[in-house]
Design a protein around this ligand. Structure first.
Ligand SMILES: Cc1ncc(COP(=O)(O)O)c(C=O)c1O
Length: 452
């Protein structure tokens, strides 16, 4: 067993890692957030615990979720329609119960955040208001290979306004064709298109590479060129430090089933900066839940928008899905985003260290685990994306067979996300052990000192 110690100052503090089980267990003992793991339900595979690293796709179920949903089922049975006003958490204003905690996760003012619909629906609603192209200013800048749903939404919005997507949409590509692009390069591209630019709409953390973009500087550059700045935060909300209000972001949308642990297809959310609340000319697709709640049930003919993000609501609250989100946000509130981000940085740095250790062992072979996620802590969240040339799929299959739940993204990436709320250093150690075995087996490495 090799015991190597490294020191890193990436997180503004020094960290020392040793590639051993006892080290990982010691780290877990010292972890002030370790008890949060017990608040989640871990799936099992063939009657064994799994190593769950897939919070970037579907977060685990908080153990409180069932009782939170049951409460609504009981109140429905007990009160029928009167539950809108007499349930323990009345359904009429149910989204209000989520507002403060959700605003804390993305650092917004509470009235700038609304929980509603799902991510892609919200993206379209935001673009109705904030993508208002003219003949001169119609271009949209997005990251390289955004998530397909974003691509379809952007392209269909451009087409809806009579523009060819190929002309209107500019993907941010680095000079050297890598998956990484620096903020300076992004700002240069924004500047290059400044006279035709209507909107910058970027995935805050790219789903494939795991790169976290500098939303503060990108927003400033978008504004300086006269464009609007919006973000898809599917992989950022609950994962990285966000300061949406402070950064003057115009709008953002996100889902709640990844790092926010609200369950499959659960309700999404949107942020609209308060700067836009008094813009009476702003086009908006309206629905009755966006109307002032004081007059909503007088059934007014004319739409009177609430002066908050709630104005973009269309329909009444999907209470069961929101109940699941409420259970999870309560856990976030208890743990605190700052604590989670600190632990996240360490856990992911430990994972990176373990992977680099495997590469050291493989150095005389053609095999390599290539991490395409930036090394710099301020440019990533908890996810590391790994490419293994040629053998990626079979290594991934080996991980699955040995109880690791990670995910595979075409064409060639394994995404691994140690989530600070429920993953431990020991989980990461075991993952490293299984990954190492897979690499040694698949690449048939002769290694006299191979650990077992
Ligand atoms: C980055 C990103 N954007 C958009 C979506 C689509 O979300 P929804 O199906 O909730 O609209 C996803 C789903 O995983 C995603 O990862």
């Amino acid at each position: 067993m090799r015991n190597k110690i490294i020191t890193t100052t990436k997180l503004g503090c020094s960290m020392q890692f040793t590639n051993s089980l006892s080290f990982a267990q010691q780290k877990d003992k010292q972890d002030g957030l370790k008890h949060f793991r017990e608040k989640f339900l871990f799936p099992r595979h063939e009657d064994k615990d799994v190593f769950y690293f897939c919070g970037n796709s579907l977060g685990l179920q908080p153990s409180a979720t069932k009782s939170e949903i049951n409460q609504e089922l009981e109140d429905w049975a007990k009160f029928g329609v009167e539950g809108h006003f007499h349930a323990r958490h009345p359904w009429f204003p149910y989204h209000e119960f989520l507002r403060e905690n959700m605003a804390t996760v993305v650092r917004a003012k509470p009235n700038e955040v609304v929980v509603m619909n799902s991510l892609t629906v919200n993206l379209h609603l935001m673009m109705v208001s904030f993508y208002r192209p003219t003949k001169e200013r119609y271009k949209i800048i997005c990251e390289q290979s955004p998530f397909p749903s974003d691509q379809y939404a952007l392209a269909s919005q451009a087409e809806f306004h009579g523009f060819e997507p190929e002309q209107a949409i500019i993907e941010l590509k680095s000079e050297n064709n890598s998956t990484y692009i620096s903020t300076d390069e992004i700002l240069e591209i924004i500047n290059k298109h400044k006279n035709e630019l209507a909107l910058v709409m970027i995935g805050g953390v790219n789903y494939y590479s795991g790169q976290l973009f500098d939303m503060k500087r990108i927003t400033e550059a978008a504004h300086a060129s006269g464009a609007v700045a919006g973000y898809d935060l599917a992989h950022a909300a609950g994962n990285v430090n966000l300061q949406l209000h402070e950064w003057n972001v115009d709008f953002a949308v996100w889902c709640s089933y990844k790092y926010l642990n609200a369950g499959p297809g659960s309700v999404g959310a949107a942020f609209i900066h308060e700067n836009h609340f008094n813009e009476s000319h702003l086009p908006r697709f309206a629905g009755w839940w966006g109307n002032d709640p004081k007059t909503r049930f007088t059934m007014p003919k004319e739409f009177v928008p609430v002066k908050s993000a709630d104005a973009w609501q269309l329909s009444n609250a999907p209470v069961f899905s929101m109940a699941a989100l409420k259970a999870s946000l309560d856990v976030f509130n208890e743990a605190g985003m700052e604590n989670l981000i600190k632990k996240s940085g360490e856990l992911t740095a430990f994972l990176e260290f373990i992977i680099e250790e495997i590469n050291v062992e493989l150095k005389d072979t053609s095999a390599k685990l290539e991490i395409i996620t930036p090394k710099n802590h301020s440019e990533r969240g908890c996810q590391l994306s790994i490419i293994i040339r040629e053998k990626g799929r079979s290594i991934y299959d080996h991980l699955v067979k040995h109880g690791v739940v990670a995910d595979w993204r075409e064409p060639d990436v394994i995404r691994i996300a140690p989530v600070p709320l429920y993953n431990s250093f020991e989980d990461v150690y075991h993952l490293g052990h299984i990954l190492r075995q897979a690499m040694l087996n698949d690449f048939k490495v002769e290694n006299q000192n191979a650990r077992t």
